[in-house]
Design a protein around this ligand. Structure first.
Ligand code: 16G
Length: 227
């Protein structure tokens, strides 16, 4: 592998929060100058984009017009829309106003956003936030989160939780919520979750049932609120 390619791979691994374990990387004196460091900061993903790029539409419940790798980190959905993991710079791509279409978000500053992003990133292999961006507007238009929870039960198994599904009002009717659910369910399976669960309002139950979610007999969703 050429030195340039190795450097690119290392920078991508850094951006993806992967440990650099390859012998090639270890033997390479990887010193990023200030400019490169800045570039790396701009491209920090919450999880490895390769996890999305490895998904095949054949794994999905529904068919979509387009689901093709656009480059090393993004999937082209057509219509100027791309799918990728959340990035550290996404505060500037209207991420909080998007979430405000789901529930109260409060007044989160860019610094608070980045601090929370860093905390999620540090909890390795736990937060998988998938977003859809309209690249013509540099604006996030849909988001869905998979939380990967490790357990001691069931032979030290892991489960997934689907959280914070939101699609921008102007982009509804493009089946983005279906696509994100397909993606998250396929990802959860790939990660080895023994189950994936979600909480939703009654009128959305039918929507989620299409993906195999069921209200199990005698299961109740209980909640205690503190605010
Ligand atoms: C919905 C969401 C949940 C989100 C909550 C916010 C899905 C499947 N469910 O229940 O993830 O956290 O709304 O509402 O996306 P809250 O601010 O009232 O807790």
């Amino acid at each position: 592998m050429s030195e340039t390619l190795i450097t690119e791979k290392c920078q991508q691994d850094l951006a993806n929060n992967n440990h650099i374990t390859s012998l090639e990387a270890k033997t390479l004196n990887l010193s990023l100058n200030h400019h490169e460091n800045h570039k790396y900061q701009e491209e920090v993903f919450l999880f490895d984009p390769n996890l999305l790029l490895a998904l095949k539409p054949a794994q999905f419940k529904f068919a979509y017009d387009k689901f093709e790798p656009k480059n090393a980190t993004e999937i082209d959905l057509g219509d100027h829309l791309i799918l990728r993991p959340l990035k550290r710079t996404d505060y500037d791509r209207h991420y909080m106003p998007l979430l405000a279409q789901l529930t109260q978000v409060g007044d989160v500053s860019q610094a608070q956003f980045r601090a929370r992003f860093d905390q999620m990133l540090a909890a390795t292999n736990t937060y998988y936030i998938c977003v859809v961006e309209d690249v013509t507007k540099a604006k996030l238009v849909a988001s869905l989160t998979l939380v990967f929870e490790q357990k001691f039960i069931r032979q030290a198994a892991s489960r997934g939780r689907v959280e914070d599904m939101v699609v921008d009002a102007e982009y509804r009717g493009k089946r983005l919520s279906k696509l994100l659910l397909d993606v998250i369910c396929a990802l959860g399976k790939e990660l080895g979750c023994y189950k994936i669960s979600l909480e939703c309002k009654d009128h959305l139950r039918k929507h989620y049932e299409q993906f195999g979610f069921t209200l199990e007999p005698e299961q109740n969703y209980l909640c205690q609120r503190f605010q």
